[in-house]
Ligand binder design. Sequence first.
Ligand SMILES: [Zn+2]
Length: 455
Amino acid sequence: MDSLLIKNAEVIVSCDEAGHVYRSCDILAEGQKITAIGPDLKAPGAKVVDGRGCYVYPGLINTHHHLLQAFSRNIPSIQNSELFDWLMYLYKVWVQVNPEYIYYSSMVAMAEFVKFGGTTMFDQHFAFPRSSSKEIIDRQFDAAGEIGLRFHAGRSCFTRGESKGGLPPDELVETVDEVLKDSERLVHKYHDAGEFSMRQVALAPCSPFSVDTDIMVESVKLARKLGVRSHTHLCETLDEERYCLEVYGKRPLAWAEECGFVGEDVWYAHGIHFTDGEVAFLAKTKTGVSHNPVSNMKLASGICKVPLMLNLGVPVGLAVDGSGSNDGSNLLADIRVCFLLHRLSSSTKAPTPLDCLKLATTGSASVLGRKDLGSLEVGKGADLFLLNMDKLDALGAMLDPASYLCTVGYGNYVDTTIVGGKVIYSEGRLLGIDEEAIKRSARKVVEGVYSKLPV
Ligand SMILES: [Zn+2]
């Protein structure tokens, strides 16, 4: 079994229950698992990573992404749009998705995520053009496998197109049977429920204004039969709330509840416009929420009631949302924005800096159902990143390492990212990836997309 020894780390921020911050310690990983943390560990034959001058944090876990949006970022004509208008433009990009597009957009977004300390990613992929092969999520698994990232794929869909009063174009609409069949195929082919699994699948119909009640009911039923989790967008905007009241005659959460789409195996993206009573219902049912502060600010969607959710015990994880509303995949940046946003809106009742870091580590792990990940302690997966703090600009900012990422913030690529005891990013390079070749091919895909579309 391969082992890895991180030697003489200056600081280790564990994010464990007791909030341990170790100083001048080592971490030993045997296989994927952390087997010891302490001073002067010996491990003959282990690969050694020099931790001198470094802060070590648990790897970041993203609970909501749309990798296809790596190629729909920073578009001039929708810089000032809110969600519905923003989507109406972007559907024109997404009808062009095919397996090649998704492979390269995934490589681009995953590369950025890993370079900023990301180790586990959930993606919700909803664009399956009728003219394209269905083997799109398969290519995302290929990309994640090549990079060495833990990947949770969300098999999403649109079932309510323009002709039936939904938002997406009919070209992107699938039938309930098509969605369920492909969902089952993906679960059987890729889902590994075991400890330290690298590949999981969740079923994830897109949003109240792009799916119908049938798929919500059947999807969550199938997910429970197959033993996988369920996810959807909910309570993102007031436009969505008005849509639900008009079309379903009830608020978004009441509709999701009627569909059976609540419970400890379910988490929602955004969850901004819940009433206080609805937040209490989420806590009671242990339904999770993925908080996407940068996206919510960019699209002027609102502020999620994270302080109340944490007080009542709702499982909350952090996420970047799609690259199109972020406009990137840098979860390290979202941690700081999360802290500042809630300080501004809730002052002394805001989550502490350590609380915000835990949203992106242990919180996200619990939302994804990963008890084996999220903190640096014996028995957990060796997923982590190192920051070399032996730099002039870091001086004077070292008193509180557990808060550093929120208060001071870290704007550069991290120094090393490790997944399951394996170094996947170091010294500015993704290991085993020819970034130049990927860049050349990705550029061709992007040029092809925008040659057909005014920006
Ligand atoms: Zn989203």
